[in-house]
Design a protein around this ligand. Structure first.
Ligand SMILES: Cc1cc2nc3c(=O)[nH]c(=O)nc-3n(C[C@H](O)[C@H](O)[C@H](O)COP(=O)(O)OP(=O)(O)OC[C@H]3O[C@@H](n4cnc5c(N)ncnc54)[C@H](O)[C@@H]3O)c2cc1C
Length: 366
């Protein structure tokens, strides 16, 4: 219905569709090569700050450092320490079936053979009321992923990460495009996850009062998958903190400046994830008839062409001066002319299941 060519580059940098395990492994190997030490299979039980040090209790052992970055995801303990509020992640109303498997699994069926034989990576999206499904393929890695959202009626206390049942996923896409149904039938029985989609209100407090413990990534700003940028935001947070600390030894100043550089951008990209989902789930078909681009997956240059490290270097003087004066900082890592307005999950969920009023979407995806 709508073809959206995926850009080959953003602002001079190649745009590569890859596999997150590989990206994680590259980062891990690089970190090891520069001397970073890792401890696996260990839980952080507590955070603390004493004088000009901060630390954690890890499996009963006290570890102390100049500061602590808590990157512990949507259920973050670090967030509770930093904000002083032990609130829980909230339901977004949906869960997602997700899987990743060798493309050879779909190579023999006449409906899906052409996908396996394609020499180009594919990215296909199916939308319908209250649901969407996504296929991506990676020719170099000879793999594909298939996602399908479904309504989440379970309790928040239940596990957010369950083994998925392929038969249930088949029921979720019943009556849809035969190609999608066949893709779902090809999913290996043990390869499916049913993942509860959770999020939290944007909060501005990402750094503790004493200034030596901060949260990054989903712990600070959980994104819905339809933003396509939650992982990238976590990486940008890390790059920002590193760049700020290259220029100052004042850790609390650097971490408070990190919030000033990042908050408005991530509040917007969090909201963008909900808006994209809403455009697909409560589609304004009259609007689409006039402007098919309404359904596009947002891939703007302000988002994907952004260099968070350079932005931190360029804005170091201005942002630290404003933080010291407690003056607001004007973000330029957002769309030109964008004026930040605070929002909450309650605001978004009040429009769930309804068509959006004119002017409700703040991210222009065209
Ligand atoms: C279906 C789906 C599709 C997505 N697609 C994209 C995409 O296309 N692009 C994109 O950029 N993002 C995408 N995302 C979002 C992305 O996965 C997240 O934003 C990203 O993983 C957040 O990284 P993080 O390091 O902050 O948190 P996580 O990846 O959640 O990592 C947190 C880690 O902390 C560990 N941990 C938690 N508590 C403790 C503790 N007490 N002690 C020790 N360790 C602890 C956890 O075990 C986990 O390993 C998608 C998400 C989903 C669900």
């Amino acid at each position: 219905m709508l073809e959206q060519p995926l850009p080959k580059e953003f602002d001079g940098f190649p745009n590569i569709y890859t596999n997150r395990t590989k990206v994680q492994n590259f980062c891990y190997e690089y970190a090891k090569s520069i001397g970073v030490e890792f401890t696996f299979n260990a839980r952080v039980n507590e955070y603390f700050e004493e004088g000009d040090k901060a630390g954690i209790i890890l499996n009963g052992e006290k570890l102390t450092a100049d500061f602590v970055i808590s990157a512990d995801g949507v259920h973050s303990k670090g967030r509770a320490y930093v904000t002083g509020v032990a609130d829980k992640a909230q339901k977004s109303g949906f869960a997602v079936y997700r899987c990743w498997f060798p493309i050879s699994k779909i190579a023999d069926h006449p409906l899906t053979k052409y996908i396996a034989e394609s020499k180009k990576d594919m990215f296909a999206i199916w939308i319908a009321e209250d649901t969407h499904a996504i296929l991506t393929t990676n020719v170099n890695l000879q793999t594909c992923t298939v996602f399908a959202t479904h309504k989440d009626y379970s309790d928040i206390a239940e596990s957010w990460h369950l083994k998925g049942d392929v038969k249930e996923m088949e029921r979720a896409v019943e009556g849809w495009d035969p190609k999608l149904i066949q893709l779902v039938k090809s999913i290996p029985e043990d390869g499916l996850i049913d993942h509860k989609l959770l999020w939290r209100d944007p909060v501005k407090k990402w750094v503790s009062d004493k200034g030596r413990v901060c949260v990054v990534g989903d712990a600070a700003h959980p994104h819905l998958p339809t933003s396509g940028t939650g992982g990238a935001s976590a990486i940008e947070d890390g790059a920002t903190i590193a760049a700020l600390l290259e220029n100052t030894e004042d850790v609390p100043l650097a971490l408070r400046s990190y919030i000033a550089l990042r908050y408005e951008r991530t509040a917007l990209t969090q909201r963008m994830g909900w808006e994209t989902r809403h455009r697909w789930h409560q589609t304004d078909w009259e609007g689409v008839a006039n402007n098919p681009a309404f359904l596009k997956l947002p891939q703007p240059v302000w988002l994907n062409g952004h260099d968070a490290e350079q932005y931190a270097y360029d804005n170091f003087d201005a942002v630290t001066a404003n933080v010291l004066k407690q003056a607001p900082f004007t973000s330029t890592n957002v769309p030109e002319g964008h004026v930040h307005e605070d929002w909450t999950i309650a605001t978004m969920m009040s429009a769930e299941g309804e068509k959006a009023e004119a002017g409700f979407y703040v991210v222009n995806n065209d």
